[in-house]
Ligand binder design. Structure first.
Ligand SMILES: [Zn+2]
Ligand SMILES: [Zn+2]
Length: 267
């Protein structure tokens, strides 16, 4: 295993930047397609567990944003290659328990930093330039994960590269973290809740982000800023107060809209 790792690293060290661009473009395209494909499988598997109303058909703007995110993610991967070749990013070629430690460190450090960055992105004068694009899509679908303003895509990419510059992870630990990142991103934009109601009663697991958790953020953007866990939202009191009550259900706002309508129509 360590030998095949060495081979991959050697290949990455010797290829031209143009070759690397096409390789990373294909890699990012495959990741996006797999996320959208698996996401849609879950949407079809759990039609009765909708946590947001059905979004309208995909529009051309959405496809443009997704294409720009694909190109920018490829640029971030290329920048990572440049930093690695010049010694700013160092990967340890190890296996075993230290890989697990790397995954845990990257997962929880990125969770904390992305919570902060997400709160910053919601500051009123920053929001329109950076994060509004993602929130134009109030009812998420798997594609929405990649609907990002270029500044947002580059901001998250820069944060990730900065963490890699500071922390020398094993390359396998980094790869596992990246898979988890896509899994949580996909989960958050399903629009359906694949976990049963029992999930929120399981100790420890109930602290991890779910589809309901992020769908509620799309409806009510002042709550649920976390990406992988609920830890920071609980700590800073930004967790939606009815997260558990509405777990696996369409959010409270939709219910309130319904009540408001009934009140004002005299029914
Ligand atoms: Zn989202
Ligand atoms: Zn947001």
């Amino acid at each position: 295993m360590a030998q095949s790792g060495e081979m991959i690293l050697k290949l990455l060290k010797e290829m031209t930047f143009l070759e690397a661009f096409f390789l990373f473009l294909m890699e990012n395209l495959a990741i996006s397609l797999l996320s959208i494909l698996f996401g849609n499988v879950f949407v079809r598997l759990y039609p009765s567990r909708r946590v947001s109303i059905l979004p309208p058909p995909v529009d051309s703007k959405e496809v443009l944003w997704v294409s720009s995110t694909l190109l920018l993610n490829t640029a971030v991967t290329l920048a990572g290659l440049f930093l690695w070749r010049n010694g700013f990013i160092v990967f340890r070629n190890v296996w075993g328990i230290s890989v697990l430690i790397d995954v845990l460190i990257l997962f929880f450090v990125m969770d904390a930093l992305m919570y902060i960055l997400h709160r910053v992105a919601h500051i009123s004068w920053i929001y329109p330039f950076v994060h509004k694009t993602h929130h134009l899509y109030e009812n998420p679908r798997p594609l929405t994960l990649f609907v990002l303003n270029p500044f947002e895509a580059l901001g998250f990419g820069a944060l990730w590269l900065l963490v890699l510059c500071v922390y020398d992870s094993s390359w396998i630990g980094m790869s596992i973290y990246l898979i988890l990142n896509v899994v949580f991103g996909t989960l958050g934009h399903l629009g359906v809740e694949p976990f049963s109601d029992f999930w929120i009663r399981i100790p420890v697991l109930r602290l991890f982000a779910t589809s309901t958790f992020h769908a509620q953020h799309h409806i009510r953007p002042s709550y649920n800023f976390g990406f992988y866990t609920l830890i920071w939202d609980r700590l800073f009191r930004t967790l939606s107060p009815d997260y558990e009550e509405y777990f696996g259900k369409i959010s409270l706002e939709r219910e309130e809209e319904k009540k408001y309508f009934l009140r004002n129509s005299g029914k």
